[in-house]
Ligand binder design. Structure first.
Ligand SMILES: [Zn+2]
Length: 82
């Protein structure tokens, strides 16, 4: 999980985000935002309507089917070596 988050963040940084930088250069990641700004529109993957919620000052969009709320992964039971 940590590795996956790291990979996504790295990719976002490589594409220089989704918005213009200080020099007005458009980030290259915009085309990857498949659900952002599409509240109520069908998810491109499973056609479930995209959910939207304003969290603090940020608009958050997600597919409740592809991106379900989950709790922290369970720690596997420790096996005994004896
Ligand atoms: Zn979906």
């Amino acid at each position: 999980m940590d590795r996956a988050i790291q990979a996504v963040l790295d990719e976002g940084l490589r594409m220089r985000g989704t918005q213009r930088d200080l020099f007005g250069v458009q980030g290259l990641a915009k085309h990857r935002r498949t659900v952002f700004g599409r509240a109520g529109a069908p998810c491109p993957r499973c056609t479930t309507p995209v959910s939207h919620q304003r969290i603090g000052a940020r608009n958050t969009y997600w597919c409740a089917s592809c991106q379900p709320l989950t709790s922290a992964p369970e720690v596997p039971a420790q096996s005994t070596l004896l």
